[in-house]
Design a protein around this ligand. Sequence first.
Ligand SMILES: Cc1ncc(COP(=O)(O)O)c(C=O)c1O
Length: 478
Amino acid sequence: MQIPARGRDKAEILSDLQAFHDSDIAWKTGRIWSMMYSVDEEHKTLVEEAYRSFLTENYISPFTFASLQRMEQEVIAMSKNLLNGPESVCGTMTSGGTESIFLCVYTYREWARKNRPQVQHPELVMSSTTHPAFEKAAHILNIKIRRAKVDENQAAQPAEMAKLVNKNTILIVASAPSYPHGILDPVQEIAVLAQKHQLPLHVDACVGGFMLPWVEKLGYSMPAWDFRVPGVTSMSADAHKFGYGAKGASVLLFSKMDYLRHQFFVSTEWAGGVYASSTLMGSRSGGPIAAAWTAMQHLGQNRYLDLAREIMEGVDRLKMGLEGIPEVQIIGHPAMNILAYCTHRNKPDIFVVADLLIEKGWVLDRQHLPNSIHLTVMRHNLPVIGQYLSDLKEAIATAKANPNLVAQGEAAMYGILSRLPMRGMVEKNVRKIFEDLYTAKTGTAEGTEAAESPGTMPNTPAWMGMLNRILRWKERWF
Ligand SMILES: Cc1ncc(COP(=O)(O)O)c(C=O)c1O
C-alpha cells in the first residue's frame, strides 16, 4: 500500500472510517466488560469538541501554549484535592497509566542515585497483582522486580513484601485497586513498611483514582488508600479512565518537588538549542489535556458522584446475582466496580464458561492465577446485567452437562496456558504472534481481526498456530 498518488475524496474517506467502525466491537451495547469508559453521547460530544479545539497545539514544552500549561496545572490541582494531597503535592499530566508508571519508576531510580548511594542494582517491590506497566518500566530501566505473593483474597501482603526489601530497594508499590480483581491493597500497612525503611511508596490508582473517592463518599467502607496515609510519596490516576476524559490523559503526582524534579530531562548539548521536557513524550497534542480539564469542569463533583452511585447500584445487583449462582465465587472483596469471579474448585471449568459466554456475544477478559473472568462494570453495562446473569447461568448448566468441552475451543488453549510451568515457552509464542501481526504484508491486512479484549489475544490464525505448537510441545514432554 502506498499513499494515494492523488488525494481521495473526503466523503469517501469518512465513509471508509464509518465502515471500519462498523466492523469493530459494538461496545455501546454493553457486551464488553473492560477497556471502554464512557458517560453518554452528550458528554462524548463535549469531550470531542474540547479535544478538537486543542488538537493541533503542541504541548512539547510547557512554555509555548500558556493555556495548556494552565489546564495541566488545574487538572493536577483538582486531582490532588480529590486524592487528599497536602499543599506540597505536585505533578505532571502524561499520556496514560503506562507513561505515569514509567516516569514514576524512572524518577525514583534517579532519586535513589542521588539519595541512596548504597544501591548497586535497583529493585522494586510489588505484588503479583500489580499492573505489568511496572514490569515494563523496570525492564526498560534495568531495574529488578521483586514480586510478593498475594493472600487468598488477592490482596497484597505487607509481610511478604517485607521479606523482599533489601539495600537495593528503591520503591514499593501498592494498587488502589488492582486491575485483575479490583482489590484494594492494604496501603496503610504497606506504608508502615516503606517508612520503616525510608523508602518511597507509590499508590497505583490509575484505574481507581477517579472512582474510589466517589465510592468512598457514597458510604462504601474502605481503609485510607491515598495521600491521607503518611508514607505515600506518589500516586498515578488516569483521567482517561473514570475521569471520563479522552484517551491519552493520566496524572502523576509526587508528595514533594524533591521527587518530581528527578523526572525532568534537560539536554544542553543539542545543535537545536537547550531541550527540556517534563515527561517522556516529545511532541504531543494538547487534545487530551483540554479534554480531561473539560470533563472535570463539566461533570463536577455532583455528576461524578451520581455516576458512581448509578454504577455501584449496578455492581451491587451484579454481585447479588453472582452470589446467587451456587457454582460461582467472587474473588476477594472488590473495592469498587471491578471484580472477577471463578467457579468453586474450577467446576465447571471457567474457561469453558467463558467460551460459552463469548458464543453468546459477550466480550470477556479471561484471567489466570486463579483462572477467572474479569468484569469492569461501566455505565453502558448497566442495562444488560440481567441478561448477562441469565446467560451465565445457562453457560454453567451447559458446561456441567458437557464436560468434554474442556478439551475444545479456546478453553483448551487458555487452560494449557494457565498451567504451563515454563512461562518462557508462553512468552516465546506470544512474541511470535506479534511478529506475525507486524510482519510486512501486501494488500489489506487480512487475518488481523480485532482483539477480543485487552487481556486476551486475538483469534488469529497465528493464535491457533500457537495452540498447535504448544500442544505439540506438551505431547513431547508429558
Ligand atoms: C491499575 C492499573 N495501572 C496501570 C494501568 C495502565 O494504564 P494504561 O492502559 O492507561 O497505560 C491500568 C490499566 O488498566 C491499571 O488498571
